[in-house]
Each structure stands twice: as C-alpha cells, then as structure tokens.
Design a protein around this ligand. Structure first.
Ligand SMILES: [Zn+2]
Length: 136
C-alpha cells in the first residue's frame, strides 16, 4: 500500500523533498534545485520556483512508500489525479536512479491517465452525461 502525506503549503512539501525543511527565505535566494521533467533536466532558484503558481505538486519517497503532496484549494481534481498517477508510477518497476529515466517512466503513467481522462470527458460529453466524482 502507498501512503499519502498532505502538506498545507507548497513550501513545506518542497523543502521536505530537498531535505532542507529549515531553509530560510534568504537562503532560498541562493539555493538551486536540479529537477527532471521526463524530457530534460532543469536548474531553478528555489525562491523563484516557490513563487510560481503551482496548484498541485508532489514527490515519492520509496523507503516509506509515501507520496508527499501539496494541493491548493483551487486545484482541479484531474490535476490531482494526474499528479498521483505520476507519483504512483515512481513505485513501479523497473526503478532507475534519480534522473531522466525515472521521471520519463513516471510521466508515462501520467500520460496514460491524462489520455483516459480526456477520453472519459469526450465520451460523457457525447452521451450528454455530466460526469461526477463521488467520494466514499
Ligand atoms: Zn517524478
């Protein structure tokens, strides 16, 4: 089973990911994060990254089989589902070292979900059905 840990702020979620939970705003101006999006690597200044309008973000922690997530109040449920698909993808095999191949694999899972969501929207629209998401 995969657990989910939800954070109140993007900052808190992100700083836990980079293992610098006590990074100050001043330090964030001089620290960089190297990430991968499945297509390329990128390097970004932490304060600038945190200032972006990110509604949904997360990361996977293998050791404790946990997905850490930040979800803004105005997030779309499909964005959340797509993020979770990506993160669940990280738990699938084969497992690669942190970097391009691992992100590319996780992105494949997101793409499957995105395609399924788009197809479901089209099908329900054509059928005149208002799709609903039911909580249990
Ligand atoms: Zn990822």
């Amino acid at each position: 089973m995969i657990k989910v840990k939800k954070y109140i702020t993007l900052r808190e979620c992100f700083l836990a990911c980079i293992e610098k939970p006590d990074l100050t705003d001043e330090e964030a101006k001089t620290h960089y994060w190297v990430g991968h999006n499945g297509k390329r690597g990128f390097r970004v200044r932490i304060d600038k990254w945190l200032a972006e309008d990110t509604r949904v973000w997360g990361w996977a922690e293998y050791k404790i089989r946990t997905i850490h997530v930040y979800v803004a109040e105005d997030a779309d449920i499909f964005e959340v589902i797509e993020l979770l698909s990506h993160e669940i993808g990280h738990f699938q095999r084969p497992r690669y070292p942190f970097g391009h191949d691992e992100e590319k694999k996780a992105e494949q899972y997101r793409k499957v979900t995105t395609t399924a969501i788009e197809m479901a929207k089209t099908l329900t629209r054509q059928a005149g059905i208002q799709p609903t998401i039911t909580r249990t």
